[in-house]
Write a protein that binds this ligand. Structure first.
Ligand code: KG4
Ligand code: ZN
Length: 331
């Protein structure tokens, strides 16, 4: 089975072709980061328009790269939600229409399922069951994954997502959008100064997160300290350590609760090197293993949608003829 995947839920247009036997045949990505940079965040209407401009050329590119004809495709998968409704509808409209025109089955994929299965695009793929820590700009959740489609959300953020906290704190530090990777780069120059950042919700049982307090704590710390580059780097480091520590404590708890030895981290924040290193060393100590996708498949991409879509199509799932996007959609 060979599937064309389309991702357009936010500010990246991603197209890929995944083959059940041969693996990933191609993937093409266009990031709108520069378009939104002047506004300090994603402007939904501009995002939709840019998806419209890029989606068809990227589909052509992915087909050519994979040396695949339309006849060789067995289905089309597109991100149906959650995300920005205008952006989602571009992918859904193109995906559903092409499937109709080409007489192929179509399937709408949950964006977070895409992230969750992204480590399976790698040679060393995790076996089921595992705990998945999904940390992106829109979501933070811990999921018990027993198999394809067997997901139990064990905990999630009650306010800001981890990536959102990174982005908002970066903004407070005068860093450009998207702030997460920039803040992390600044933190690499930081010295260990104990600013007493909290580890939210770790002092009580449960697996939910809360990150908005960390952003507020960062704002107060920035206001109370001298405004120079080194101090900002020190605060960035303390903030990053607090987020990573908090995520680590909750992962340890989820693993203990389930008895699992495999941990998957995915979503944009899983590109964070400190998070990867800390979780890898924690898992090594516990005799377990951590899995994550390569850097380019941590953030939004078409490959994860093609892969997840293929699993869904194989299981017999089909989209009806209506073009639907679901901006809010529980996993
Ligand atoms: O998964 P993603 O591309 O889009 C969403 O579905 O939200 O995640 C983007 C998020 C942004 O908040 C971005 O700042 C964050 O991931 N991010 C990082 C890093 N790289 C991306 N946060 C911390 N450290 C990084 N290295
Ligand atoms: Zn995402």
């Amino acid at each position: 089975m060979r599937v064309l995947g389309i991702e357009s839920s936010c500010d990246e247009t991603g197209i890929a072709i995944y083959d059940e036997q041969q693996g990933l045949l191609s993937h093409a990505l266009y990031s709108q980061v520069k378009l939104h940079a002047d506004y300090g965040g994603v402007v939904p209407e501009l995002a939709s328009r840019d998806h419209v401009r890029k989606i068809v050329p990227l589909i052509r590119e992915a087909l050519a790269q994979a040396d695949t004809t339309i006849e060789q495709l067995d289905g089309i998968a597109y991100t149906k939600g959650p995300g920005l409704i205008g952006a989602l509808l571009v992918g859904a409209c193109v995906g559903r229409s092409l499937a109709f025109a080409w007489n192929k089955p179509a399937v709408g994929v949950h964006h977070m399922e895409g992230h969750l299965l992204a480590p399976m695009l790698e040679d060393e793929a995790p076996e089921f069951p595992f705990i998945a820590l999904l940390v992106s700009g829109g979501h933070s959740m811990l999921v018990d994954v027993k198999g394809i489609g067997q997901y139990e959300v064990l905990g999630e953020s009650i306010d800001d997502a981890a990536g959102e906290a990174f982005d908002k704190t970066a903004k407070l530090m005068g860093l450009d959008y998207p702030g997460g990777p920039r803040l992390s780069k600044l933190a690499a120059k930081g010295r260990a100064v104990d600013y007493k950042f909290p580890r939210p919700m770790t002092d009580r049982p449960g697996l939910d997160f809360s990150f908005s307090g960390l952003k507020t704590f960062a704002a107060n710390t920035i206001a109370a300290q001298p405004d120079d580059e080194q101090t900002r780097a020190d605060i960035a480091l303390a903030f990053e350590e607090a987020v990573v520590d908090t995520l680590m404590i909750k992962c340890r708890r989820a693993l203990k609760q389930t008895g699992y030895k495999r941990l998957v981290i995915a979503g944009g924040v899983s590109a964070n090197q400190r998070l990867r290193a800390e979780l890898a060393s924690m898992m090594q100590q516990q005799g377990g293993k951590v899995f994550y996708p390569r850097g380019e498949f941590c953030t939004d991409n078409g490959a994860m949608i093609a892969f997840a879509g293929l699993q869904r199509l194989k299981a017999g799932e089909r989209e009806d003829l209506a073009v639907k996007g679901q901006p809010r959609w529980p996993l």
